[in-house]
Design a protein around this ligand. Structure first.
Ligand SMILES: *Cc1c(COP(=O)(O)O)cnc(C)c1O
Length: 415
């Protein structure tokens, strides 16, 4: 029993992980209704409108705008915030590139702040250190469904008059101090790409938290080539540059059905993730996924860290041993912090150009955000699914215990 599976012992996981179907008759019915409208255009049909109304109700917000992706949603929020050429936007170095694309398309400069070692979210102290007189906005990323510590971020934003955009692509229904993330900053941006809590294939939403009608109308037009379509009143005056980020009725239709499943999906994920944390919190050399006391994490994935000094194996060997036990663990999240990618190392956002980086003295060297770099070298990620069973969670916890006790050094000397 104690022999690791990687060394020829018995595996912990002897039954398949729970799975299920994300789409069913409900989505099919909505799609058929969308087609029967004889239009797939959001302004002519009712599916995107209903989807947004239901989303607004679920989130308790007055206004939101649909977009073609999460990346598009973030770009809309940046555009409406007035982020433009040479501005600096502070964000997280551990994120999907969708967080950064809009910043660069506005010809603004991404500036990376460091992270809390165990929540993997922006550290407010580091954010404040990165502020210059060019800083225009902060894009916080609630990574893996875990709320960023928003109160200090909002205080900093007020103090320096900055816009706050929440990237909620991985954090549906997550709550900071009881408040839904995405409703705290100026704008909350969501993704419905096929890998998120809910899927419409691709898609996105932006909440307009100012509750200001003009702000809403500007955001709406920014996602629709500057068309201003409200009721029967349609104007196409071009006052500024705006891309086509429209959502189609097919996405809206699937979204209506998916939203109904969202509370269940998130409750399950919260339960599963918190149970993994409970199960491993006393293990020496293991740091569980840290969620602040009054917050709710909806675990897009679960990630813990190991203190390599406490083990006779490397992080990669630890993850490999878990995989041999039948747990689909992987080493870290993204391969490296985003600023170590060629785009930042070569300061080349546009092919054959160094614009807008040449406007700024910002550097993107290794060591810029030491904690973020360390997180990616010492973390182990385990996928979470709403379809997992209690047995699956028990097996994940038992496998981490088994691998920990095998590789732990100084077991006897403990305490
Ligand atoms: C998925 C994701 C995005 C981008 O969403 P798309 O719909 O794929 O464009 C942005 N930020 C984060 C943190 C994400 O996980």
């Amino acid at each position: 029993m104690n022999e690791l599976a990687i060394n020829g012992g018995n595996k912990i996981k002897t039954t398949p992980f729970g799975t299920g179907r994300r789409f069913g008759f409900e989505e099919g019915k909505e799609l058929l209704e969308a087609l029967e409208q004889n239009t797939l255009f959001y302004h002519a049909g009712n599916k995107v409108k209903t989807f947004l109304n239901n989303f607004n109700e679920l989130y308790g917000v007055k206004y939101s705008v649909a977009a073609s992706s999460g990346t598009a949603a973030i770009h809309v929020a940046l555009g409406v915030s007035g982020v433009t050429v040479g501005d600096e936007v502070i964000t997280s170095p551990i994120t999907d590139q969708g967080t950064l694309i809009g910043i660069l398309y506005q010809n603004a400069i991404p500036v990376f702040a460091d992270l809390d070692p165990n929540s993997y979210n922006l550290s407010p102290e580091s954010v404040e250190e990165k502020i210059t007189d060019r800083t225009k906005a902060i894009v916080v990323v609630h990574l893996a469904g875990n709320p960023v510590d928003m109160d200090p971020i909002m205080e900093i934003a007020t103090k320096y008059r900055l816009k706050v955009i929440e990237d909620c692509a991985q954090s549906y229904m997550a709550k900071y101090e009881g408040k839904l993330v995405g409703t705290i900053g100026d704008y909350g941006c969501f993704s419905t790409n096929d890998f998120k809590h809910i899927s419409t294939g691709d898609g996105g939403m932006v909440t307009i938290n100012s509750n200001d009608e003009d702000d809403f109308k500007t955001a709406h037009a920014f996602a629709d080539k500057n068309y201003q379509r409200f009721g029967t009143n349609v104007q196409r005056e071009l006052n500024y540059l705006a891309p086509n980020y429209r959502m189609t009725e097919l996405q809206g239709a699937v979204g209506i059905a998916q939203l109904k499943k969202l509370p269940f999906i998130c409750e399950k994920r919260t339960k599963h993730g918190d149970e993994i944390s409970m199960g491993i919190k006393d293990l020496k050399g293991i740091y569980s996924h840290k969620v602040n006391k009054n917050d709710t994490c909806t675990y897009w994935f679960y990630m813990f860290r190991i203190d390599e000094e406490s083990f006779s194996c490397s992080r990669n060997e630890f993850a490999e041993a878990l995989r041999a036990e039948g747990i689909p663990a992987s080493a870290g999240y993204i391969p490296q912090v985003v600023y170590l990618n060629g785009l930042f190392q070569n300061k080349q956002a546009y092919i054959n150009s160094h614009f807008p980086f040449e406007l700024s003295s910002t550097v993107y060297k290794k060591g810029l955000c030491p904690e973020a770099e360390k997180i990616l070298l010492t973390s182990i990620r385990i996928p979470v699914s709403e379809f997992y069973t209690d047995d699956d969670i028990r097996d994940i916890v038992n496998a981490i215990h088994k691998v920990t006790s095998y590789y732990q050094i100084n077991k006897v000397k403990a305490n």
